[in-house]
Design a binder for this molecule. Structure first.
Ligand code: CDP
Length: 569
């Protein structure tokens, strides 16, 4: 297998089985074999032994060729005692002491296994409301979020990876102003991403500069009013300050809720790409688009992509079967709707290889073509599975029953961030532009190593302009923008996240969203000099472009920034 040193390091640290002394019990191929075998075993009921071996081989090859990878918990836990394979969960937060602490316990169990949790705190009574049983006053959603945060912090060390949460509050909750500013200080509530749940009514009120009502979730009565535009401006200012909160459009999540009779969608998973019902989980997987490049024809191999999508849907559907869910309620919901989320990674890399600039109309059009193709093929594959294995158990309560479409999975497509998966596959993450063309990494003994984007390296070698000095020069800023030694056409194509103007980020997100059942993980990067007006424009544009949510990040606006241009630790 062709894996980078970095990928091997990550896999050894967190993914490969070890004994109690920390000695590795498997190598990377061994891990993929373990996963392929376990996931194929879901077909025991449907096929004979030879068929099972064939399926296992298909899965094994698809992963070892790095054409498809399932989300991290599947790689970590399949075929091992924990057996929890999903990355995404949403848990309900009820307005009772028992309910709140029950959910904290359940979230801890999920984090331990590498899953992330999302919650809406909108049902909690506002700060200062009466508590009947004690005669005291309620401390409100934000103070409880801090308890969730502390629990996550405590579980961090023992788990497979750092627990991640999404916290959502409806914009019409009486404590909304406190929520919007609760991460003003970056060292607070660090284990949460936060998003304001925006409604269409609210957006209309912003447009017409009107007041809107705050509703007490307990009594369902209006308890106050705020000017929508002013609230929007505070959201914008906070996001400008350090990237939080993001916003999600609740009505849109529910417009696309395929099982409305089962309940309302009130939250997503931590990175925002997977809206779920309370107690629902979802397993994700991503096709590596860069590996779909037909180098000879210099085009995307759609036949190969179609086949990979089909196998990937089969794989992800099997995951639901063999998954060990941490709670009875989650088991029931997740097997009931059988949601899966197939997405992509390596998008920017294949654009570069094809010579198409990320910030161009051609790229946006290709995004639509590719994702429409993936969505269609994923649905077709799920319909085929339904013919063989049956529709999902809650099918009768779904929109598909009304349309007469017999399908096995209530949703099939989601664009995940692929933070670790893309590192393992050695490609650009999700649908994000390349972060830096080259950068300096500190390795042991204070030695510096220059990492160069592999697609660029290939182009530079072919174009005869590769040199170590040049790569070092590029690493200083990460971008090719001002490097005149490099041909102009190359500079146009190899653009980085910071070279791409915000509207192109949003256009790309919207292009993928159009053909994605669930949602799209995307960060709109802004330069350090961007103003609050720029942020407002991005939010408004994303709303008009039919995105389901939007997250921005202004360069240098957090003390702790995971990726730094120039130097990465
Ligand atoms: O690449 P990988 O499969 O590790 O994950 P990702 O695509 O970056 O993230 C997908 C989802 O995994 C996130 O939206 C979270 O629900 C979950 N996740 C988590 O719980 N904790 C993390 N540290 C990273 C991801």
């Amino acid at each position: 297998m062709k894996l980078s040193e970095n990928a091997i390091k990550v896999l050894e640290k967190r993914y490969l089985s070890k004994d109690e002394n920390g000695n590795l019990l498997e190598d990377v191929e061994g891990m993929f074999r373990r996963v392929a075998k376990e996931i194929a075993s879901a077909d025991e009921k449907y096929t004979h032994k030879a068929g099972l071996v064939e399926i296992e081989e298909q899965f094994y090859e698809m992963m070892t060729s790095l054409e498809f990878l399932p989300n991290s918990p599947t790689l970590m836990n399949a075929g091992r005692p924990l057996g929890q394979l999903s990355a995404c969960f949403v848990l309900p937060v009820e307005d009772t002491m028992e309910g709140i602490f029950e959910t904290i316990k359940n979230a801890a169990l999920i984090h331990k296994s590498g899953g992330g949790t999302g919650f809406s705190f909108s049902r909690l009574r506002p700060k200062g409301s009466a508590v009947n049983s004690t005669g005291g006053v309620a401390s409100g959603p934000i103070s409880f979020m801090k308890v969730f945060n502390a629990a996550t912090e405590a579980v961090k060390q023992g788990g497979t990876r750092r627990g991640a949460n999404m916290g959502i509050l409806r914009v019409d909750h009486p404590d909304i102003l406190e929520f919007i500013s609760c991460k003003k200080d970056n060292s607070e509530i660090t284990n949460f991403n936060i998003s304001v749940g925006i409604t269409e009514d609210f957006m209309k009120a912003v447009e017409y500069n009107l007041e809107y009502e705050l509703i007490d979730p307990k009594t369902k009565k209006p308890v106050g009013k705020l000017n929508a535009k002013q609230v929007f401006d505070i959201i914008v200012e906070m996001a400008w300050k350090n990237g939080e909160p993001g916003i999600i459009f609740l009505d849109r999540l529910n417009r696309d809720n395929v099982t409305p009779e089962l309940g309302e969608i009130e939250s997503t998973n931590p990175c925002g790409e997977q809206p779920l019902l309370p107690y629902e989980a979802c397993n994700l997987g991503s096709v590596n688009l860069y590996s779909m490049l037909d180098a000879e024809k210099n085009s995307l191999d759609f036949d190969k992509l179609g086949l990979t999508v089909k196998k990937a849907v089969h794989f992800l559907d099997n995951v639901i079967e063999v998954n060990k869910y941490p709670l009875k309620e989650i088991d029931e919901m997740t097997r009931g709707t059988r949601k899966i989320g197939l997405g992509v990674m390596g998008w920017a890399d294949i654009l570069c290889a094809l010579g198409i600039p990320y910030d161009s109309q051609r790229a946006i059009e290709l995004a639509g073509t590719v994702m429409e193709f993936i969505q269609k093929n994923a649905q077709k594959a799920s319909e085929e599975l339904a013919r063989q294995k049956g529709v999902f158990p809650y099918y009768e309560q779904s929109i598909y029953a009304k349309k007469g479409i017999r399908i096995r999975n209530a949703t099939t497509t989601t664009i995940a961030p692929t933070g670790t998966l893309s590192l393992i596959a050695g490609v650009s993450s999700g649908i994000e532009p390349v972060f830096a063309i080259s950068y300096i990494r500190n390795v042991m003994d204070n030695n510096e190593l220059i990492e160069v984007n592999p697609v660029f390296k290939k182009a530079a070698l072919e174009g005869n302009f590769y040199s170590d000095e040049l790569m070092k020069k590029i690493a200083e800023s990460g971008t090719l923008k001002h490097i005149e030694e490099i041909p102009e056409e190359v500079r146009k194509v190899f653009v980085t996240a910071h070279d791409v103007r915000p509207e192109w980020h949003v256009k790309m997100q919207a292009a993928f969203q159009k053909y994605t059942d669930n949602a799209v993980s995307k960060t709109v990067n802004l330069s350090h000099e961007a103003t609050t007006d720029d942020v407002r424009e991005v939010f408004t544009f994303a709303y008009r472009a039919q995105c389901k949510g939007v997250t921005i990040y202004r360069d240098g606006s957090r003390d702790m920034q995971v990726l730094n241009i120039g130097k990465v630790q």
